[in-house]
Design a protein around this ligand. Structure first.
Ligand code: E4P
Length: 216
C-alpha cells in the first residue's frame, strides 16, 4: 500500500519525507485554508518537498467551472492530481479532465455505488472516507472492502485511496482490505512507528552491549 500524507503543512511534509516512506500527498480546502496561503503557492511548495502524486482540490461546484479550475491546478506541476467532490458535476468533470489526460482524485465517497460511478468515469483515484463513517457509528472499513471487491469484479483501474484514516488500526485494516493507497495525517503516520516492546527491546540491547564493551 502506498502511503500518502494528508496535510498541507510544510514542516510535517519535510519531516515525513525525510523518513523515505511517503509516496504522495493529499490536501483538501480545509487543510489548505489552515496554512493561510493561496492554493497555487502552497501546492507548489508541497511539490518541491514530495516527489509523488499531490492532490489539489477544486472549490468550484459547477461542471464548467470545475473543469477550468482543474486545468489550472494541473498546470502547477506534473505531479498534480485534480481532486473533485463526488457530486454529479464532479463526476462529469472527472470524465472530461481524464479525457484530456489530466488525472483526477474523486473525493468525499461514502458508499460503494458512488465508487462504481467514479470508476466508470475513469478516475485515477477514488477517496472513500473511513473515519467520518466511523464517526456516524458505522463500520467505515466495510466501504473499503466493498469497493475493493467491486473494482476487482470488473477490472477497474481506478486506485482506491483509503482516506480519513486516523488510527494505527485503520491503516492496518485498509492495507489488509487491499486499498492501493492510505492517506494519513502526520500524527497517524508518526504513531505507526511505535511499539513499547521495540523501545524496551532496544533499551535492553544497548544496556547489554554497554555492560560488555562500555559505551564504545
Ligand atoms: C482525504 O483526502 C481527506 O483530506 C481526509 O482524509 C479527510 O480526513 P478527516 O475525515 O480526518 O478530515
Amino acid at each position: 500500500m502506498k502511503i500518502f500524507l494528508d496535510t498541507a503543512n510544510l514542516d510535517e511534509l519535510r519531516k515525513g519525507a525525510s523518513w523515505g516512506i511517503v509516496d504522495g500527498v493529499t490536501t483538501n480546502p480545509s487543510l489548505i485554508a489552515k496554512e493561510g496561503k493561496p492554493i497555487e503557492e502552497q501546492v507548489r511548495a508541497i511539490c518541491d518537498i514530495v516527489d509523488g502524486d499531490i492532490s489539489a482540490e477544486v472549490v468550484a461546484t459547477e461542471f464548467k467551472a470545475m473543469v477550468e479550475e482543474g486545468r489550472k491546478l494541473s498546470k502547477i506541476h506534473k505531479n498534480i492530481i485534480v481532486k473533485l467532490p463526488l457530486i454529479r458535476d464532479g463526476v462529469q468533470a472527472c470524465k472530461a479532465l481524464e479525457s484530456e489526460g489530466i488525472r483526477t482524485n474523486v473525493t468525499l465517497c461514502f458508499q460503494a455505488g458512488q465508487a462504481l460511478l467514479t470508476a466508470k468515469a475513469g478516475a485515477y483515484i477514488i477517496s472513500p472516507f473511513v473515519g467520518r463513517i466511523d464517526d456516524m457509528g458505522y463500520e467505515g472499513m466495510t466501504l473499503i472492502q466493498d469497493i475493493v471487491q467491486i473494482y476487482k469484479n470488473y477490472g477497474f483501474k481506478t486506485q482506491i485511496l483509503a482516506a480519513s484514516l486516523r488510527t494505527t488500526n485503520h491503516v492496518i485494516a485498509a492495507a489488509k482490505a487491499g486499498a492501493h493507497i492510505g492517506t494519513l495525517p502526520f500524527k497517524t503516520l508518526d504513531g505507526l512507528f511505535n511499539h513499547p516492546l521495540t523501545d524496551k527491546g532496544l533499551e535492553q540491547f544497548l544496556k547489554d552491549h554497554a555492560k560488555a564493551f562500555g559505551n564504545k
